[in-house]
Design a binder for this molecule. Structure first.
Ligand code: ATP
Length: 229
């Protein structure tokens, strides 16, 4: 009896653990993305981190690999990693990949389950440039992924953002599990100085990108002659 209740309790808490989204171009996915996702999954006790490749990123140049190739690379990267999944909804949508649309769709599926959008420091400071950015707080929590040199320092935030954040800072990460959306939390993550730009540069130069990208992804990249021009 007690055992059954405990199992039900464990099942319930699993169901209610927050889902997080890490959006990006993933051109290609690399271990910087994967380590950050795992660090945050474990630090915040998340049920799941969904990697969300953008089809047409509104804020940057178009990706080098096709949507199908970036998706294939992501699927290879998360295979066998508990708690990491790929969410392909932006690839299925026409037009620019606005995060507010992505979150609206996800919110409709998740009901009141807590949702966390992971954003880097730079993206966070640039939030007021995002399409319908103020609506984001009704849909999701924001987790600002901080590199340690910045942790503890107060970055200069644009005035409209500072205003929108008033009363939203969570005192501890547990608070994110208690409500579906609307809070902000800064999570320090050990830095890995890896970027897709650098990996594309290495591959273009014929150099090795081993141990920066999972081996299965590198095999796919080689097989499809990606990033070599
Ligand atoms: P590019 O070099 O092409 O700009 P990128 O390596 O920055 O690409 P993105 O797909 O733009 O990769 O990143 C998706 C998300 O992952 C962003 O929120 C970004 O801040 C984060 N990210 C990228 N690289 C790292 C890293 N090394 N450590 C932690 N987070 C990272």
């Amino acid at each position: 009896m007690g055992g059954a209740r405990q199992r039900r309790g464990a099942k319930l808490s699993r169901r209610l653990r927050p889902v997080a989204l890490l959006g990006g171009t993933f051109d290609p996915v690399h271990v910087g993305h994967l380590r950050a996702a795992l660090e945050i999954r474990d630090a915040l006790g998340l049920g799941q981190v969904r990697l969300v490749p953008a089809r047409v990123p509104p804020h940057r140049p178009q990706p080098r690999a096709s949507a199908a190739q970036r998706l294939a690379l992501l699927r290879l990267a998360v295979r066998g990693v508990p708690g990491l999944t790929v969410d392909e909804r932006e690839l299925r949508r026409d037009g620019p990949s606005y995060m507010v649309d992505t979150l609206t769709g996800l919110r409709a599926e998740l009901g009141r389950r807590p949702l966390c959008l992971l954003v880097g420091d730079d993206a966070f400071r640039g939030l007021p440039g995002w399409h319908r950015w103020e609506a984001l707080f009704d849909l999701t929590h924001l987790v600002v992924v901080q590199r340690p040199p910045l942790a503890g320092q107060e970055p200069t935030l644009p005035a409209p953002l500072r205003q929108a954040l008033q009363g939203r800072w969570a005192d501890d990460p547990q608070a994110l599990s208690g409500t579906p959306a609307g809070l902000v939390w800064k999570q320090p993550v050990p830095p890995l100085d890896i970027s897709a730009t650098r990996i594309r540069g290495l591959l273009k130069a014929g150099a090795s990108a081993r141990f920066l990208v999972p081996d299965a992804c590198l095999r796919y990249i080689r097989h499809h002659h990606l990033y070599t021009d």
